[in-house]
Design a protein around this ligand. Structure first.
Ligand SMILES: [Zn+2]
Ligand SMILES: [Zn+2]
Length: 308
């Protein structure tokens, strides 16, 4: 299972209810952060997530509400005596940014930071059991959206089918499960498809923040289990949203429809809105599986075969 925690759901500046952008994905013991707005480390201490579990931080762009929390978080990881490497992915300039912080003594990391400066759309990082791809968004400054995808896994081993074919229990089972053919003593060759069920798809999550509606969003969110999309403005505030390089909550819902995503979380909500339940009702008319996130909401994504 993957859990997604929205640690900061405000756009631009924090409010008493909403901190600025950060979303945490937790899978297999590792936290992957998308954006790191000011106060992210404080939000982490108030959540169920441990800062020490962070393996990867993906920064979308250099607007302060998406990156100003990075120096503090990196410094705290240092104070925590971290030794494990940290992967930091961001737009071109992230290397200079980090070097400047280090040069001025703002922080001094003794743990290795593996930097990935994103220069082109495509796969930017291969993690254990997942990969992260980036694609261009349409904002006022260069901005990358990300997609975390798990590869499909081979289907379940069908013991009855194997027995019926006369495959002897033992190493042959493992070979077939790994996708390799096996020759039996009588000369017959068994193909993995004969004993494996349908391939089990992995989960995929797209993170698109900040952006006007654009093709990059649709590519990143194509068939995704979850789209996390900015919805800075009310559903009918389209002109203002697009002028400022942003989306309305309705734009986010239309992107989920167009991309064939399964669920939508709307985040990066303007501080001028105190309540969002009316918007949520309206936006669900466009895409039913929509939730307008609040800070510390936790969303669970189950793999298809989790119970089977
Ligand atoms: Zn922003
Ligand atoms: Zn921005």
């Amino acid at each position: 299972m993957i859990t997604v925690t929205t640690l900061g759901t405000a756009s631009g500046k924090p409010t008493p209810e909403r901190n600025v952008s950060c979303t945490a994905v937790f899978r297999d013991g590792e936290v992957i952060l998308f954006d790191c707005g000011e106060g992210t480390q404080v939000q982490l201490t108030r959540s169920q997530l441990r800062a020490g579990a962070i393996g990867v931080i993906c920064i979308t762009h250099f607007h302060g509400d998406h990156i100003n929390g990075l120096p503090g978080l990196l410094g705290t990881l240092q104070l925590n005596q971290r030794t494990a490497p940290l992967v930091l992915i961001g737009p071109v300039g992230i290397r200079r940014y980090l070097r400047t912080l280090g040069g001025l003594g703002v922080y001094g990391a003794h743990y290795p930071i593996d930097l990935v400066e994103v220069e082109a759309a495509g796969i930017v990082y291969e993690g254990p059991g997942y990969q992260i791809a980036a694609d261009r968004l349409d904002h006022r400054v260069p901005c990358w959206g990300y997609r975390l995808s798990e590869p499909a896994r081979p289907g379940r081993f069908d013991l009855a089918a194997a027995a019926a074919l006369g495959v002897p229990p033992g190493p042959a089972y493992g070979e077939l499960q790994r996708g390799n053919e096996v020759a039996l003593e009588d000369g017959r060759v068994i193909q993995p498809e004969q004993v494996l069920g349908a391939a089990r798809p992995g989960l995929s999550i797209a993170y698109c923040c900040d952006t006007r509606p654009c093709d990059g969003v649709i590519r990143l969110a194509a068939g995704a289990d979850l789209l996390i999309h900015e919805g800075t403005y009310a559903p009918d505030d389209e002109k203002m949203a697009h002028q400022r390089g942003h989306s309305t909550m309705a734009d986010a819902a239309r992107a989920a429809v167009d991309a064939g995503a399964r669920r939508l979380i709307v985040t990066h909500v303007s501080s001028k809105y105190v309540r969002t339940d009316v918007f949520e009702r309206d936006v669900r008319k466009i895409f039913g599986a929509t939730e307008i996130a609040k800070d510390f909401d936790v969303f669970e994504l189950e793999r298809v075969d989790a119970h089977g």
